[in-house]
Design a protein around this ligand. Structure first.
Ligand code: KG4
Ligand code: ZN
Length: 361
């Protein structure tokens, strides 16, 4: 089965071609991602209307590019997969309309895929990880622990009740005048800082569950910054480094401790497969990775982090998720709708508020 995937739920326009043959490892024949950072830079965040327009303009070019890189034409494609939510509604609509057009014109089956399912199934694309496994999804828009039972069966063990960690990294970087994206900027500043100078809080560690909160941590950084500025009439470079180090240490501690709890729940459910997987841009952070690796090792679990280009938003994960799901469900028809909110585990209460990705899943 050869699947053409499309992704346009936030600020990356992406198309990819993935080949999945029964009993064999899947292969990514091409994966094109066109970012929009420059378009939004002046606004300090993603502007939904600008994003949607850019997706509508770039999708066909990405598709052409993805087919050319795979040395295939539309005729060789067996199915068309598209992110149909959750995300910024204008962007999701651009992708869904484009995929419907392709499906109607070619007669190829259409699969609407949940963006979070795409991330959550990636360890099977990259590492053939057997079900069930524990997935920590940490990016600029998402933060949740998922017990992945099957291609269409996800159990949410917990997640952030406010900001995603990537969002917090970006906001904290802005507060202390470091560049965007904040994650890599804070990570490198933290290397030269003292993580103990400012004792930032570790929110929600007093609660026994796997839920997290990063918004209060950001406010704590704001208070410390203002105090230092008031005392010294400004922030020195060393102050920036120490705040970055203290903030990152707090995020690492929270993620590590909550992962330890989620891992215990997962291992209680299934003591055999023992796989802890991560996805999302924040998984690039070496201190966070080291913290998670230590937690996995302590429970004799294998730690799996897909390569970064498949950890961040891409369309290969959407194509692959459709192929996985085609083993348990049929295709969608042309009534497929774009869903700004779409929780993976409908038994859990939906997340409140909005973030970089629009309404929280
Ligand atoms: O997965 P991603 O590319 O897009 C979203 O779906 O959000 O993640 C981007 C987020 C940004 O917030 C960025 O600051 C964060 O991931 N990030 C990092 C690092 N690299 C990227 N956060 C912490 N440390 C990093 N090294
Ligand atoms: Zn994503």
């Amino acid at each position: 089965m050869i699947v053409l995937g499309l992704e346009s739920s936030c600020d990356d326009t992406a198309a990819a071609v993935v080949r999945c043959d029964a009993g064999k490892s899947a292969s990514v024949l091409s994966s094109i991602v066109v970012g929009q950072t420059d378009l939004h830079a002046a606004f300090g965040g993603v502007v939904p209307e600008i994003a949607a327009r850019a997706h509508a303009e770039k999708l066909d070019l990405c598709i052409e590019d993805a087919l050319a890189k795979a040395a295939l034409t539309l005729r060789d494609i067996d199915a068309i997969a598209v992110t149909s939510g959750p995300g910024l509604i204008g962007g999701v609509l651009s992708g869904v309309m484009c995929a419907k057009g392709l499906s109607a014109a070619t007669g190829k089956p259409l699969y609407g895929v949940n963006h979070l399912a795409g991330h959550a199934l990636t360890p099977r694309l990259t590492d053939d990880v057997p079900y069930p496994y524990l997935m920590l999804l940490v990016s600029g828009g998402h933060c949740q622990f998922l017990l992945v039972h099957g291609p269409d069966r996800f159990e949410r063990l917990g997640g952030t009740i406010d900001d995603a960690p990537g969002e917090a990294f970006d906001k904290v970087a802005r507060l202390i005048s470091l560049p965007q994206p904040g994650g890599p900027a804070i990570e490198s500043a933290a290397l030269q800082g003292d993580p103990n100078r400012f004792p930032f809080p570790r929110p929600l560690l007093d609660r026994p569950d796997c839920d997290m909160s990063f918004s209060g941590l950001k406010t704590a950084v704001l208070r410390v910054r203002d105090k230092v500025i008031a005392e010294k009439n400004g922030l020195s470079i060393q102050d920036q480094y120490d705040i970055a180090a203290g903030f990152q240490a707090a995020v690492v501690d929270v993620l590590a401790e909550k992962t330890r709890r989620a891992l215990a729940l997962y291992l209680e459910h299934d003591p055999v497969t023992r796989s802890l997987c991560v996805a999302g841009g924040v998984a690039a952070n070496k201190a966070i990775r080291a913290g998670l690796e230590t937690v996995a090792a302590a429970s004799d679990a294998t730690f799996i982090a897909p390569p970064l280009q498949l950890c961040t938003d891409n369309a290969a994960m959407i194509a692959f998720a459709a192929a996985e799901q085609s083993t348990v469900r049929g295709p969608d028809d042309l009534t497929l709708s774009a869903r700004p909110r779409w929780p993976l585990d409908i038994r859990q209460p939906s997340m409140l508020g909005s973030g970089k990705k629009g309404a929280k899943a």
